[in-house]
Every structure is written in structure tokens, then in C-alpha cells.
Ligand binder design. Sequence first.
Ligand code: HPA
Length: 263
Amino acid sequence: MTPPQIAEIDSTSHSAPLVAILGRVDLGVNGDMETIETPYGQVEAVMSSLGGVPILLISRHGKDRLPPHRVNYRALVAAAALAKARRLISVNTVGSMSPIPGSFFLPDDFVEFTKARPNTFFEDRATHVGMSRPYCPQIQEALGHGLEKAGAAASRGVYVCTEGPHLETPAQIRMLSQYGDVVGMTGYPEVVLAREMCLCYASLCLITNQASGLAEGPLSARDVGETTERLAPVIRQILEEAIVRLPVERRCSCHRALDDAHI
Ligand code: HPA
């Protein structure tokens, strides 16, 4: 059973040629901007291809550059599903809270401290998707391969999501570092919504800075933006290698996420 608002899609299908990429990184691919209508609102996306594989590039923050706490996460995930993507790769920027090497991070798990974000498609029926393994192992494997091919150092661990939009205080980081390794504002609730939609989802995190209070000098949003732009070509290479590696058939259990989710 798919979420009632978009019952016409069958996101449980095994075969998934189209991959959606969610983020704000300019991957330098061509394509026409289109607007996807969803029951939650409109989403801007570009249909293109990477390494010969069809991709749908979804702009997380949209043309209005919405801040993380106002992003319409339900519309973004619904748009991917309505466009018939069954895999969603998210690119999220993070600050590092532990002395981990490299510029990239693959979350295996997450903790969230958000406050006011609609986090389910099922408002009227108790639906409890499993989160024992929040990120799709098949996409994670492909991203690991992409990182290796691109020669990009990466680590894995726990992603902590804050509400934002302000960057954290040093005291917040001391607290949050008890819970995870990196901190960001965009990885939740998209991870849960994708699972509710039976999509395969994984995140490629880009470490743009040491979290607040851990580096010399104050942290600013400009540092985050500059690192993202600088690493855009590497991100593109990682994604391309990963997408080409993904088999069309989904061999994970993500497409069965709703089988046991209703009591
Ligand atoms: N905190 C929260 N979100 C972020 C950070 C950070 O330090 N860096 C990039 N996104």
C-alpha cells in the first residue's frame, strides 16, 4: 500500500532504471527544468543522464532557496516517486564533530533533533516503517565504489540532523557529538519519507567544515558554500560511478518497507 495521496504509483516495483538525485550541487549536466506537481506542492527538477543512466535532478531548496527547516520534504520525495524513480541519492552538506578524515561521509544511521517538519505521508493511519537499517545497502555499496574510483577519502557513522537554520553553538556540538559523527540540517525527514514511499535512499555527505567550536575561528555559512562549489566535480564523478554500478534490479528490501508497517 502506497501513501493514500499518491496511490496511483507502484513504488514497490523491483526494476528501477531512473535514479533521482536530491541536492543543491551543480553537477554541470544539461537538461530542461520541469515542474512536477505533487499533492504536497510543486517541485522543480531536471531530467538528464549521467554515465548513460537516466537521472532526475531534484533541487532541494528550489528557486526560492528555502532554508532547511522550510524545505517541502514530502513534495520532494513524492516528486521522485511520481517521476518513477525508485532510487533516491541525496547529497547533504555536514559539519564534522569527530576527527574523521576525508571530505566525504556515508551515514549508516541517524539521530534527529528537528522540531517542526512534517515527517510522514501517513497522517491518518498508524504506519511504522522499520528503521533498523535506514539507508539502502545497495546504494551505499555503489557510493562506496564511486568514492573509491574518485579517490575520495570517506568515513561512515551516524548523522545528526538539527532544525537550523542557525549553525550550532559550541555547547550544542559538545552535546550532539555524544550522539553522532557529523551534523547537518537536511538529511531528515527525507530518509524516513523515502522509506515510507518504498524508495531506496542513501546519502552522500559532503564534509564542509569542522563543527562549531572545533576549529580555530568562527564558522560561517560562506565556508560551507565555497567547499560545496569546490568539490562539485568530485561529487559528480562519485555519483556517476555509483549510478553506473547500480543494477537495474533492486535486490534490497526497501521496496517491501510497508509490508509489516501497519499494526
Ligand atoms: N552544521 C549544520 N549543518 C551544516 C554544517 C554544520 O556545521 N555544515 C554544513 N551543513
